[in-house]
Structure formats: C-alpha cells, structure tokens
Design a protein around this ligand. Sequence first.
Ligand code: UD1
Length: 418
Amino acid sequence: MDKIVVRGGVSLHGEITVSGAKNAALPLVFASLLTDGECTLQRVPHLVDIRTALRLLRDLGVQYDWLSDNHLALCARTVRHYEAPYALVKTMRASFLVLGPLLARFGRARVSTPGGCAIGARPVNIHLDGLQRLGASIRLHHGYVEAQAKRLRGAYIPLDFPSVGATENLMMAATLADGTTVIDNAAREPEIEDLATMLNAMGARITGAGTPTITIDGVDSLHGAVHEVIPDRVEAGTFLIAGAITSGDLFVRGARADHLTTFLAKLRETGTHVEEQAGGIRVVGTGRPSGVEIITRPYPGFPTDLQAQTMAFLCLGDGRSVITETIFENRFLHAQELVRLGADIRLAGNTAIVHGVAMLSGAPVMATDLRASVSLILAGLAADGITEVSRVYHLDRGYERIEEKLASLGADIRRIKE
Ligand code: UD1
C-alpha cells in the first residue's frame, strides 16, 4: 500500500484546477444503463471509484471507451446480466445505484446490499421503500436485494430523510415509469441537479431537481446524450483549506461559490480571505483561524464531506471550535489521528470540541476513509516536520492526482510506492 509523505511548513501559492465531481460522475455513468443509445461524458475524473463503476458496468455488458483524457463514452445496448455482486458493492456503496436503472429498463435486478462502512451503518431502506412505492416487488435473499417489476408505475414518494443516493436511484427509476412520480423531501445536492440535467438531455422529463420536490413524468424510452460533469465541490473546498491552512494564496479554478455557500461563509467566519473571481475562487490564508461552530447538514447545509478537512484547519485555531456531525454516526475517525499530530480534540457523541493549538508536529498517521485521509494530508502541510500518511488507497478513491496537484502549488509532498 502506498504512503504519502509530507514535509510541512510551506505556504501554497498559484493556481489549481478542480476535477470533475466524483459524486456526480458515479450516478451519471450508471445512468447510461437507462438507454441503448451512446452517452458521452466530459470531465470524468480518473479515480479508483470510477474504475470500480466501469468494471461493474462492463460485467453487466456495457461497452465503454475513453475518447480522450477525461472524456468517456458508454453504451448499454446489450446488457447481459442484471446483477451487482457483493465484492464490488462492498468496496463502493455507490454501486447500489445500478438497482433503479436496471429495474426500470429490464424489469429486474439483483444487487448486493452494501453492508456497513467505516463511517457508519448506512442502510438502504429509503431506496427500497421508494422502489416498492413505484410498484417493484423486493425480496432480500442471501445478502442480495432481488427486485422485479413488469413496468414501474409513477407514485408519490415522501423520503424520511433527504438521502442523496436514494433520490438518485429513485429519480433514475422513475424516468421510465408509467405516469408521474413526485419525490418529496428529496436531496438537493448539486450532484442531483447534474444527474437531472443529463437525464433530461437523454429525453427524461424531470422538473424541480435542486428543490425538495422533484417531479418526473415517465417516458417510454431514453436516448443517448452528451454531458459535462460539474466540478468537484469537495475537492474545491479541500484546496481552499490547503490555501488557508498554509497561509498561502491560491486560485482554485472551477470552484463554484454557488455550490459552496455554507462552507465559504464558515471559512470567512474563521477570518480567512475568500474571494469569488471569474472562473473560480481565490483564498488567502490569514494565519490562525478563529474558532467557529459547525453542524453538518444535508445540502445546502455544511457538507459532511468537508467536515474532516475543516477540523484539520480548526485544530490550528486561535480559540475553541465545536463540530457536530449529523449525517453519519461515526465520522470522527480522523480525530484520533489529528491528536497524534498534537491537536487537542475531545469527542462527546457526535460532537467534537477542538481547542486550537499554535503548532502541529508531523508523525506517522493512518487514513481510515476518504475524507479523513485528506484531512491528515492538510494537517501535514501545516505541521512541523514530516507526516507520513499510510493506507492512502482511500485517497485514490476520490482525489485525482492530489499529490501532483499539491506539489504544483509548492507543497513538499511525495508518494512512496510499496
Ligand atoms: C452521498 C455521497 C457521500 C456523502 C453523502 C452525504 C455519493 C457517491 N456519496 O452518499 O460522499 O457523504 O451523500 O452527503 O454521492 N440513509 C438511511 N437509509 C437509506 C439511505 C441513507 O438511513 O436508505 C442514511 C445513511 O446511513 C446516512 C445518511 O442517510 O447516515 C446519508 O446518506 P445518503 O445521503 O444516502 O448518502 P450516500 O448517497 O450514501
């Protein structure tokens, strides 16, 4: 397993371009299952999670081709299987998103349940309840969801919680249902809007994506389309913190302020200078951040996917910060590793109390999940001496060439292949 070695203390300067959003690209590649036409996606990031999705699609019979660096063509004319195996779904929960499209187009699907993961139990009850409302018969058998429906029927689906994955699965399934579906209390993330834009380009009739009520008028079939994936707001936020934590000056090209409103407001509250400019966001670090209070919430609230990175920054704060995680029950695994770097963090249930310290000191640490890994790299960029982050395979799931990108901004960072 590779390691990332960072020597801290260098201010980052320059310009960096954000890649396409992982969390948008994953449902978009799975949406190709809804048509026998060719779907072409631009700005697809090269990530382990995308490779896992493509492996699953290839096993199902989908053909794909990288036309150029981040330009991917997919065609699901001939689908041979309707099954997503445990081995893939357990490594990447988003594989569960093949369920809606397979069921809608072929009337059947067999998809492993994802099981738990490091950050929590993560059940799929909201997905399954919604599909049942669309008329699917669902049976749980030997760890698999077996779903069938001659043709799905439009329905009213109120969600207990605005789950991102369930909204995506149900929106995809409903495009080919007979009649109108209304998803209430839907997730409002930009990735949902991006998926709806692509589905509409394929001939779907979806309105309201980005609001709590999404309406989908079912159609008989969809066709191919060309679509550009939105920039990754989590990667953008991560680079903004990299600039702030190193007291640097960065221009993050492609970062969209309208996708990061709550996060940017918090960053400003810490005293960091953040400026929206044409084509991106500039950040200028201004030294130790003021302590702030953060509560993660569904979009447009503070994103759970930027909680770990923000915690790393607040560890160096001038004052006390309180971070409450409400989306996942076990998403503070990075805290103990940050403590190894000298941070003062106390955990009480889903709340972390961070007393800022003047300096962190480099040490060997271990990554436990995707966003935790990058928070340790951010802390390492600011820490005194060398920080060695092991188990970085988590990082490769969600960040495209991160060490190269950070090195291009002046960071002293390298990957050691093992
Ligand atoms: C997506 C993102 C992930 C992000 C998360 C929350 C992708 C590929 N991943 O994950 O990066 O952290 O949104 O913004 O887009 N839940 C249930 N029952 C369900 C579904 C979800 O109880 O049927 C719970 C989960 O256990 C979790 C919470 O709802 O506690 C949020 O999950 P959800 O919004 O579904 O996240 P994902 O789509 O898995």
